[in-house]
Design a protein around this ligand. Structure first.
Ligand code: 8X3
Length: 263
């Protein structure tokens, strides 16, 4: 049985990914700071799940994760998130530092620590959950856009570093997914969080988890470089207004004009 490490596995996309991978016969190591929540996710994963306290902003914590592993074939870099929706004029250093530490430095630290095992597996995969915000800047996105663009740069450089070596590198960029993401972004303000998904049918964590499971299930020679996964009611980071389907009037069949036979 091959081993997958999932960071940020205590809720949302990370938790759903761990469950999907366990169902696909992966041994899953669940990393996050909230170990009580991890224990609940581990129960849903079944007997082949291991709970590991992990703070991706702390090198010692990342070293403890790597030091406890004998094997790792798949790393899912999912830990990260947003704090605030502020313009650059109103940017708060603390929010930016948190976003850069978790999304960018955290992804670098865990990837760096697990690369020897991923290479040793002979068939490693690194799947990073970035965001549509890694492609499209939006008003108020500031620190989150900066972090996700940087994370995207990291993933591209990693793929280039590993060219010719047996580790695949994939970036998955979800759009609006109904998880705790917005609650964290708005510091627990439920009405602001709810407004993010108002008027549309957002993705759910399982939708993204299924993408991770699929990418990891492909044969070794297939590398999915990137996947943008959006709600149908979105174009890039923008919500679109669902419209009533257009009525189409069936066209009357064309009458064939009889032609004179060619001579
Ligand atoms: C979350 C997607 O559009 O809220 O990663 O930035 S968005």
């Amino acid at each position: 049985m091959r081993t997958a490490v999932v960071t940020g596995a205590s809720s949302g996309i990370g938790a759903a990914t761990a469950v999907a991978l366990a169902r696909d016969n992966w041994r899953v190591v669940l990393g996050a700071r909230r170990t009580d929540r991890l224990a609940e996710v581990a129960k849903r994963c079944g007997p082949n799940a291991i709970v590991q306290r992990l703070d991706v902003t702390d090198q010692a914590s990342v070293d403890a994760l790597a030091g406890g592993l004998q094997e790792c074939t798949l790393l899912v870099n999912n830990a990260g998130g947003a704090h605030g929706l502020r313009s650059i004029a109103e940017a708060q250093d603390g929010e930016w530092e948190w976003m850069l530490q978790t999304n960018v430095m955290g992804t670098m630290r865990v990837t760096r620590a697990l690369l020897p095992l991923l290479l040793a597996s002979g068939d490693g995969i690194v799947i990073t959950i970035a965001s549509i915000a890694a492609h499209y800047p939006y008003a108020g996105g500031s620190g989150y856009n900066a972090a996700k663009f940087a994370e995207r740069g990291l993933v591209g450089a990693l793929r280039a570093d590993l060219a010719g070596l047996p580790v695949r590198v994939t970036e998955i960029d979800p759009g609006l997914v109904r998880t705790e993401f917005s609650l964290v972004r708005f510091d627990g303000d439920e009405s602001r969080a709810d407004a993010t998904y108002e008027g549309i049918t957002p993705l759910v964590a399982d939708d993204v988890a299924e993408c991770v499971r699929w990418v990891a299930s492909l044969p070794s020679h297939v590398n999915i470089d990137g996947l943008s996964v959006l709600a149908r009611d979105q174009i890039g980071p923008v919500k679109t207004t669902p419209k009533a389907p257009r009525k189409t009037t069936p066209k009357a069949p064309r009458k064939a004009t009889p032609r004179a036979p060619r001579e």
